[in-house]
Design a protein. Structure first.
Lengths: 98, 323
């Protein structure tokens, strides 16, 4: 018996989402069981079944090196500060002189 | 292992800050065993409830109601499937072990499935009153539920129970507005099922209940029970039925319906599998498990064949490469 993970996608733009798991002897039976227990009332218009044994996993330790890499981000604050300076300089120029 | 916690205090901090536990996590043993027990109880209840409903399919009046009951039975057995899957993934007991213990009378399941449904009106009372009580308690679990896989399957279970409840009130309405005999039939069923439904919520919660602390339960038993009573007393009275409680009264000061003191002995008896119909129910379920053995054997055989074929296929392919 193999364990399969069930993913469903609703019609439209939404992405595939994990719905649950089931045990089945083969792919055909897994498809049938998944339809009868996870998609009883149109919960998805597309389905992916993935044998759990085939999932390649990356755990937190593996992902951790990328948690803190500030140089991969840019919040645009330097540019925003320059634009702000320019705006206030421009408005100072056009202010009517006393 | 995905994540681990130094001690229970750190784990509690994680829970309190909205953390969700996933199966690969190195969760504290206490959490694992309590949450497992709770999900196993829920799975057992869905299975026993589904089998009860199945018993009534041949006796359900009319084709439309028969179709509804067939679909409901499929839903309930499906819920048991999903929940046993989630429970088994916790690594405490295998699914077979859970099923075998249930049928050997060693496990617990909801009190309401330890009673006999005598007439069709009992079935309606179960479909409405009892399902509503179970629904209220499941929704309260879904509201927080810190165990991720359980929360995800609860989402669909709660959605489907919502359909069941609407079917239940439809059926209640036809009895309430039907002939005097139908009305009387439901009144009698109400007398059998009112107290078991109220008792389903359990006695007042222990303030130290770990399931509250770990946010599996989001609300105390007595709060859910009280809310249920406030909703169902006026609703049933509105349909012209009498609640079987001579001391039932409306308290003007608190604006609440108050019942007589609840006797918890019947609930405790069901938790020992010593309810009025426990023995027959468990024997029936167990017989059903033996009768359907051929299906499991056929699936296992298919799975064996599949892996043998895959192995043979692999051999043939590697032989092909060598040649």
């Amino acid at each position: 018996m193999r364990t399969y993970e069930v993913f469903l996608k609703r019609a439209g733009k939404e992405e595939f989402r994990h719905a649950g798991a089931l045990d089945a002897p083969d792919d055909d039976m897994a498809r049938l069981l998944a339809r009868e227990s996870y998609v009883r009332r149109g919960e998805g218009s597309l389905m992916w079944l993935v044998a759990r044994a085939n999932i390649v996993e990356g755990d937190s330790d593996f992902l951790e090196p990328n948690f803190d890499k500030p140089h991969r981000h840019n919040d645009g604050s330097n540019i925003a500060a320059r634009r702000k300076r320019q705006r206030s300089a421009a408005s100072a120029d056009t202010e009517p002189s006393a | 292992m995905l994540r681990s916690w130094k001690d229970l205090d750190h784990f509690q901090e994680f829970i309190d800050s909205g953390g969700i536990v996933e199966p690969g996590d190195d969760m504290p043993d206490e959490y694992r065993s309590e949450v497992f027990r709770f999900i196993e109880f829920h799975a057992n209840s869905e299975l026993m409830g589904g089998l009860t409903e199945r018993d009534w399919i041949p006796k359900t009046p009319g084709l439309r109601l028969k179709q509804i009951f067939l679909a409901k039975t499929q839903d309930e057995i499906g819920h048991a499937h999903l929940l046993y899957m989630v429970a088994a993934d916790m690594g405490v007991k295998s699914r077979n072990q859970m099923i075998e213990e249930l049928f050997a009378g060693k496990s617990r399941f909801h009190n309401v499935f330890h009673y006999q449904a005598v007439t069709w009106a009992d079935q309606v009372a179960i479909a409405f009153l009892v399902d509503a009580a179970a629904f209220a308690s499941q929704r309260a679990v879904f509201a927080q539920c810190t165990y991720g896989p359980y929360k995800r399957v609860l989402k669909r279970i709660v959605a489907e129970e919502g359909f069941h409840l609407r079917h239940g009130e439809d059926m209640l309405m036809s009895l309430a507005e039907g002939s005097p005999i139908q009305h009387q039939m439901f009144q009698e069923a109400l007398e059998r099922w009112w107290w078991p439904a109220v008792q389903l919520f359990g006695p007042d919660s222990d303030p130290a209940d770990p399931l509250l602390k770990w946010k599996i339960k989001s609300e105390r038993n007595e709060v859910l029970r009280m809310a249920y009573i406030q909703k169902f007393v006026p609703l049933l009275q509105g349909y012209g039925f009498k609640i079987p409680d001579d001391e039932l009264r409306y308290d003007e000061a608190s604006k609440k319906w108050l019942t007589s003191e609840i006797d918890w002995e019947p609930l405790k008896a069901t938790m020992r599998n010593g309810g009025p119909d426990s023995r027959r129910r468990i024997a029936n379920a167990s017989a059903n498990w033996s009768e359907t053995r051929w299906v499991r054997d056929a699936l296992d055989a298919a799975a064996d064949n599949q892996s043998k074929n895959a192995a043979a296929d692999g051999l043939a392919r590697s032989a092909g490469t060598a040649a």
